[in-house]
Ligand binder design. Structure first.
Ligand code: PLP
Length: 367
């Protein structure tokens, strides 16, 4: 008997996934690269986090604290939260995926906003669930459209607030209206990866909403303002029952000792975070103003990147600008996979990087 015709088959939905492609970091032939494609945090990590990481190196043979006790307590102290309801993950990606795995499966729908973060539909499909996109209004999530898209099969709603790649946000009042309009058995996941950058009075990352509801989770990351994307560290603030579920299905040592130790030092370095926030405010405004001055439409951003919209004429469009920037060693993020082929997303980087991208686009516009 031969089994040549039989091969292992993945579960339905898996082969429908277009794998997530991260921001590029190389351009063939360019000696100097300016990487503004992954919203990584312009100033790099806190020097205290780097020192803590170096100091732990000789102990890397030890397994990590599987309960992440020190880091959870530091986060709880920093944000005034209950440490028992914090769950840490290898990036917030891991937590988003665990949430879908726990709460949605075949036949279920996972709702998200049309230009929301790409991991939501990927995570839904990976679990055999059906991702459903609700249209936005002027690149801002629409509570009305999200609520109108709810069906008896909807199990979860993912909303990045602020959103990547648009940089727009929903005020706390709108988030409350969303929660109130959703059925109680639908889990609302607020992805607040960029929360620390927002300086608006009407914004809330969602911590209070988690405390007031048993069907709201907030996720956060160390990859953005903490500039520790390479460490893979994120956390979720959850109702007790959801924290219990995540703790049952996560790997027992899902976060490395290096990430735990560096992350704790980063949380405790409040001055550095404040510096990073102020730096971002200044350069986001500067970049937005300069590019608007060149005639581009800039989507107003509250995060550490801006979405720049280009005309659709060949030679002047986003694809042409992207290619031109690459000839200067500048890597930004093309937005085709987000359904925004007329846009490029530019992360806030160092002073000289911001000046270089504006100089390059000035040349592009004049060309
Ligand atoms: C909105 C949003 N959520 C989550 C993530 C994932 O972050 P992490 O590095 O913590 O997995 C990103 C990263 O770009 C993001 O933009």
């Amino acid at each position: 008997m031969t089994n040549a015709m039989v091969s292992p088959t993945p579960r339905p939905g898996i082969l429908d996934i277009s794998p997530y492609v991260g921001g590029a970091s190389k351009v063939a032939g360019a000696s100097r690269i300016i990487k503004l494609s992954s919203n990584e945090g312009a100033l790099g990590p806190s020097p205290k986090a780097v020192a803590a990481l170096r100091a732990m190196a000789p102990d890397m043979h030890r397994y990590p604290d599987g309960h992440a006790s020190g880091l959870r307590q530091a986060l709880a102290d920093c944000h005034g939260l209950d440490a028992e309801r914090i769950v840490c993950g290898a990036g917030s990606d891991e937590l988003l995926q665990l949430l879908v795995r726990a709460y949605a499966g075949p036949g279920d729908e996972v709702l998200y906003s049309r230009h929301g973060f790409l991991i939501y539909p990927i995570a839904a499909k990976a679990c055999g669930a059906t991702p459903v996109a609700a249209a936005e209004r002027d690149l801002v999530a629409s509570v009305d459209n999200l609520l109108a898209a709810v069906t008896p099969r909807t199990r979860m709603v993912f909303l990045a607030n602020p959103n990547n790649p648009t940089g727009t946000y929903l005020p706390a009042e709108e988030m409350t209206r969303l929660r109130q309009g959703l059925p109680d058995d639908v889990l609302l996941v607020i992805d607040a990866a960029y929360a620390e950058f927002v300086g608006r009075n009407d914004y809330s990352p969602g911590t209070a909403m988690v405390e007031d509801h048993d069907n709201v989770v907030m996720t956060r990351t160390f990859s953005k303002i903490y500039a520790m994307g390479g460490m893979r560290l994120g956390w979720a603030y959850c109702p007790a029952a959801v924290a219990d579920v995540l703790n049952r299905i996560r790997g027992p040592f899902n976060v490395s000792s290096a990430a735990l130790i560096a992350g704790q030092a980063a949380v405790e370095d409040a001055d550095f975070i404040e510096l990073s926030r102020r730096y971002n405010d200044y350069w986001r405004d500067w970049l937005s103003g300069e590019l608007a001055g060149l005639g581009f439409h800039i989507v107003p951003s509250v995060a550490n990147f801006v979405l720049v919209r280009f005309p659709r004429e060949a030679g002047h469009d986003a694809a042409a600008a992207d290619s031109f920037l690459r000839t200067k060693g500048v890597i930004v993020r093309a937005m085709n996979s987000y359904g925004l082929p007329d846009s490029l997303r530019i992360s806030i980087g160092r002073d000289e990087e911001m000046q270089a991208v504006v100089a390059a686009l000035t040349e592009f516009v004049g060309a």
